[in-house]
Design a protein around this ligand. Structure first.
Ligand code: NAP
Length: 280
């Protein structure tokens, strides 16, 4: 659809944004769904965030927020979703007819949908090891608890951050692991990597799955790239079924689409857009 004076402008706000696949994914979805919108990435510093969010939303648009602004964005909203309240982060914003700024953290629902895509109903009652203590770990912990897993053991290199995540989101089903060695010979239905290890092609895996753990049912990396991550390689070497973060990327984008347009997202079209960006 050629943009006109009625076209809604949906933006990605962050810094840096040059590596983002969201413009390709969302514009493919907008075109397939026949909605009158255009998605662009705008590099934005912290002092400009409020002006961009309010101005764009009031003009009928909306957007995504990415690093390093997700927490600041949460503080600027008039209406926060449950996921924003629980995680303290916002990655999607839009406005209602009264001009109030709404926000959601679609990483939570995106994680849940990616988990179900990977495991079906297999997440329910699972015993899970979650690695990480940043924003992705918060979203994953919320999603895991909402999916009614049985128990989550949470490990992060910096213990204080893991403690803060558990205090904010965890309940009696969340347990902190302070010493990596304590995991030796444990069984897990699922191991989730929510650290940023794996972003670079030469990053090591945060855990050697075959060496460290006794039995693992499945391994889910939230990290994705143009290469196979070391975490996925480590799982596959140990004969464990694994996936990277591309499906979560698609699914969190699909939930954002639904917030802006109020209709289901064309998820297959979004998956194909992601695949086109991967090396052959
Ligand atoms: P973040 O807030 O910066 O947290 C980074 C995490 O990685 C922390 O737990 C950090 O541990 C850990 N870490 C970094 N370097 C490490 C190392 N050398 N050894 C061990 N741990 C290390 O980042 P985030 O927002 O949580 O994002 C984490 C990853 O998830 C990113 O790669 C991001 O791309 C991915 N993600 C994917 C999706 C998706 O849709 N697939 C969505 C959101 C995020 P410390 O606390 O000890 O520093």
């Amino acid at each position: 659809m050629t943009p006109t004076a009625q076209t809604r402008v949906i933006t990605l706000l962050g810094d840096p944004i040059g590596h983002s696949a969201s413009p390709e994914i969302q514009n493919a979805a907008f075109e397939d769904a026949g909605v009158d919108g255009v998605y662009v990435a705008v590099r934005c510093g912290p002092d400009d965030l409020q002006g961009f969010m309010r101005g764009l939303a009031r003009a009928g648009g909306g957007g995504n927020v990415t690093l390093p602004h997700k927490e600041k964005a949460a503080s600027l909203l008039d209406v926060r979703s449950e996921a924003v309240r629980r995680t303290g982060a916002c990655n999607t914003f839009w406005s209602d007819d009264d001009g109030r700024l709404h926000g959601d953290n679609t990483d939570v629902e995106g994680f849940r949908r990616a988990l179900r895509h990977f495991l079906g109903e297999g997440g329910r009652d699972a015993r899970v090891l979650l690695l990480g203590g940043g924003g992705a770990a918060r979203a994953a912990l919320c999603g895991l608890l909402e999916e009614e897993v049985d128990e989550v053991l949470l490990y992060n290199r910096t213990q204080d951050r893991a403690r803060a995540v558990a205090r904010r989101i965890g309940g009696e089903r969340t347990r902190l692991v302070s010493v990596f060695r304590d995991l030796e010979n444990e069984d897990f239905d699922l191991v989730v990597n929510a650290t940023s290890l794996g972003l670079r092609e030469d990053d090591p895996s945060p855990i050697d799955i075959g060496e460290m753990l006794h039995r693992v049912g499945a391994a889910m990396d939230l990290v994705y790239g143009r290469h196979t991550t070391a975490f996925v390689r480590s799982a596959e070497l140990a004969g464990v079924r694994a996936c990277d973060g591309l499906e979560m990327l698609v699914q969190q984008g699909a939930v954002s689409f639904e917030r802006w347009w109020g209709v289901d997202a064309p998820v297959d079209v979004m998956r194909r857009a992601v695949q086109r960006l991967q090396p052959a």
